[in-house]
Design a protein around this ligand. Structure first.
Ligand SMILES: Cc1cc2nc3c(=O)[nH]c(=O)nc-3n(C[C@H](O)[C@H](O)[C@H](O)COP(=O)(O)OP(=O)(O)OC[C@H]3O[C@@H](n4cnc5c(N)ncnc54)[C@H](O)[C@@H]3O)c2cc1C
Length: 384
């Protein structure tokens, strides 16, 4: 009987893991992937949607195009996980697994920040980015704040990217002189593991007159007075607030009893949880890397290699190192690149100057994943 592998979540981590297992094991594995959505979109697509560079339809890649042999993709909501029995319940049925891979990502708790829903906007969900695509064209005067409300949060460079792209948008519409932009960040620098990247971002902010407010979180908004209240009780007036909401594990993960301090702990070398036969990868864990797709993908490779070795009797994979490459939008149609490593010692990062060539490299990063996870049809049909 083939090994029953159930992968929960078809995001960056779940897609990479299931693709590798299907390629290597074919009929040796009975592979089920469960996701509540009918489509995937890259995290960075939210910036494209928010600034009107792409439509929401253009960035959604339908799961029905997945053509990997042996993979069953189910659009169902996971409602319970029993990590001891390796049993999963969904709104439509029950799945028993020999190996369970939890790749359910991070959800958002907007209500955790008083006033955010009533008086602000978030740009971290596709729905939030879509709403902003009609709000941003109406902003032409006053103070825009990009603010982080809690840690950890996905893709730490994304708020810096949002401020630089907002600057471009306001310049293009001829209203930049009537607007101020501030970025409120819980770190001393924009990308702490890479001082060179941080220096380049701070220089870009200074050139464009963007105010960087370090070491602060936004605790609340007071929509009546239109002020953001920071964690030292100081206040910043705003006319437009673009927030990064509090992140949390999906409810079903919290209810499973697998979390400690809000996230699933794993062995950072193997991504194994404390439950035999249960792995967790990506944003849902507290593995020690930032929450980003590239790290979810790297973790997925380590887990897939371990499962393949178990089935085929080959060598166990080397320890996961938390290595990743992130592309950073600098505005003015240029993208920079930061290469980081988190788990082999103290975090390190190197930086490649923004260029038009890296815009093409970022595009290739996306289309290569589309082709591998969804088949060539998803690329040629023009979905981003
Ligand atoms: C604005 C922005 C920009 C970003 N830019 C980048 C970037 O440039 N590079 C980068 O590497 N990362 C970037 N990211 C981060 C990246 O999108 C995430 O870190 C990545 O998607 C995490 O992968 P994951 O597999 O852990 O989770 P996800 O990709 O979030 O996948 C989790 C899946 O689980 C499903 N799910 C959750 N709960 C349930 C349930 N109960 N039942 C069924 N299904 C469920 C969800 O539908 C989802 O498909 C960005 C994020 C944002 C918000």
């Amino acid at each position: 009987m083939p090994l029953r592998v159930v992968v929960l979540g078809a995001g960056f981590g779940g897609l990479e893991c299931s693709t590798l297992l299907s390629e290597a094991l074919g009929a040796q594995v009975a592979l089920t992937v469960i996701d509540r959505n009918d489509s995937f979109s890259f995290g960075f697509s939210k910036l494209d949607v928010m600034f009107g560079r792409k439509t929401p339809e253009a960035v959604r890649i339908a799961y029905r195009t997945i053509a990997n042999p042996g993979v069953q993709v189910r659009q169902e909501v996971v409602t319970a996980i029993d990590p001891v029995a390796r049993r999963v319940t969904t709104d439509q049925g029950r799945y028993d697994a020999d190996v369970l891979v939890i790749a359910l990502g991070a959800d958002y708790d907007q209500r955790a920040t008083p006033g955010l829903v009533e008086g602000g906007n978030e740009f971290y969900s596709l729905a939030g980015a879509e709403r902003l695509s009609s709000v941003l064209p109406t902003f032409s005067r006053g103070h825009a704040i990009v603010g982080i409300t809690s840690t950890p949060f996905k893709c730490p460079p994304a708020p810096s990217e949002a401020t630089l792209l907002l600057h471009d948008d306001l310049v293009r519409r001829g209203v930049r002189a009537a607007c101020e932009i501030s970025l409120v960040m819980p770190f001393g620098t924009p990308v702490p593991p890479s001082p060179v990247t941080s220096a380049a971002l701070l220089a870009a902010f200074a050139e464009r007159g963007i105010t960087f407010v370090p070491n602060r979180l936004v605790r609340a908004l007071d929509p009546a007075r239109r002020v953001a209240i920071l964690d030292d009780a100081s206040e910043l007036p705003y006319d437009l607030f673009l927030g990064v909401p509090k992140h949390c594990v999906p409810e079903v993960v919290a209810a499973s009893g697998m979390t400690v301090d809000g996230w699933i702990p794993v062995d950072p070398r193997t991504l194994a949880t404390r439950f035999p036969g249960v792995y967790a990868i990506g944003d849902v864990t507290s593995v020690g890397t930032p929450k980003a797709g590239v790290f979810a993908e790297g973790a997925a490779r380590t887990v897939a290699a371990a499962i393949i070795a178990d089935v085929q009797g080959g060598e166990r994979p080397t320890a996961y190192r938390g290595v990743g490459t992130c592309y950073v939008e600098f505005g003015a149609d240029r993208v920079g690149r930061v290469d980081v490593e988190f788990l082999a010692g103290p975090p390190t990062g190197s930086f490649t100057e923004p260029s038009a060539a890296l815009v093409a490299e970022k595009e290739a990063f996306g289309s290569s994943r589309r082709a591998r996870w969804f088949g060539e049809a998803a690329v040629t049909s023009g979905h981003a």
